[in-house]
Design a protein around this ligand. Structure first.
Ligand code: ADP
Ligand code: TYD
Length: 214
């Protein structure tokens, strides 16, 4: 089973991915987690991060160029995803293709049925041959809470200074709206929205629901 966790910067995706990982392991399942972008393992991922921290000239100003970098990072992981799936019952992806759709549409002030969302779908699921996830989990926390956590993390961890996307409150708000639209439309497969109203998500409970298909 391929499960993608999606949401805003600071939504708590990494924390939830760890919680799901532990919950499934406790049930005796073989679990693997893969984070995107694959920092320090993929040059394209590192270039994208560096661009979002002000390097590489006007690279970050191009929505499509940034999306191509993130997409090529994933394209380089197609074999790795297949190998992980072959050896595990569940593979958790911390961000996946829908991140590109949501952030790119938000940057262009488009919504979930805008042109760039279709372009991401054709590029990544089409040309680059990325597998569609069995389930996409949208961790739907408010922009306010996600922003507060991202700011806190930036002060607590020296290597986590906020990047251009994280500093842009308007972008985060629009990204949240696009994510909601993608989930409502079932973009790229089935979605489960959790955490709405900033309620705490119980990973063990969610792990059980995802397995039973509820
Ligand atoms: N449910 C939660 N309750 C309280 N703090 C949380 C929760 N989830 C995440 N955090 C904290 O918020 C920050 C961002 O969480 P993280 O999982 O790294 O988010 P993301 O991967 O979505 O950017 C971290 O400092 C984390 O410890
Ligand atoms: C994976 C991915 C991330 N992004 C954006 C979301 C984030 O704002 C930014 C960095 O990804 P993120 O996973 O949040 O990295 P960090 O650990 O540095 O916080 O890139 C895309 O626009 N498209 C993608 O495909």
């Amino acid at each position: 089973m391929l499960i993608a966790i999606e949401g805003l910067d600071g939504a708590g995706k990494r924390t939830l991915a760890r919680g799901l990982h532990t919950a499934w392991q406790r049930r005796g399942l073989a679990v693997a987690t893969l984070d995107f972008p694959r920092y320090h393992r993929s040059v394209t991922a590192d270039l994208a991060a560096e661009a979002l921290h002000g390097e590489h000239g006007d690279l970050a100003s191009s929505v499509y160029a940034m999306a191509v970098l993130f997409a090529l990072d994933r394209a380089g992981a197609v074999d790795e995803i297949a190998a992980l799936r072959a050896r595990h019952d569940v593979v958790i992806l911390d961000r996946y293709v829908a991140s590109n759709a949501a952030y790119s549409a938000a940057r262009l002030h488009q919504d979930a049925d805008g042109a760039v969302v279709g372009w991401v779908e054709r590029l990544e699921y089409g040309r680059l041959g990325l597998p569609r996830p069995d389930r996409q989990v949208l961790l739907d926390v408010s922009t306010r809470l996600a922003g507060r956590r991202a700011r806190h993390r930036a002060t607590a961890e020296s290597d986590r200074a906020r990047d251009a996307y994280e500093r842009d409150d308007g972008l985060q708000r629009r990204t949240g709206a696009v994510y909601a639209g993608l989930a409502a439309a079932g973009w790229g497969g089935r979605w489960q929205v959790v955490g709405g109203g900033d309620v705490a998500v119980d990973p063990a409970e969610l792990a059980a629901t995802l397995l039973t298909g509820g």
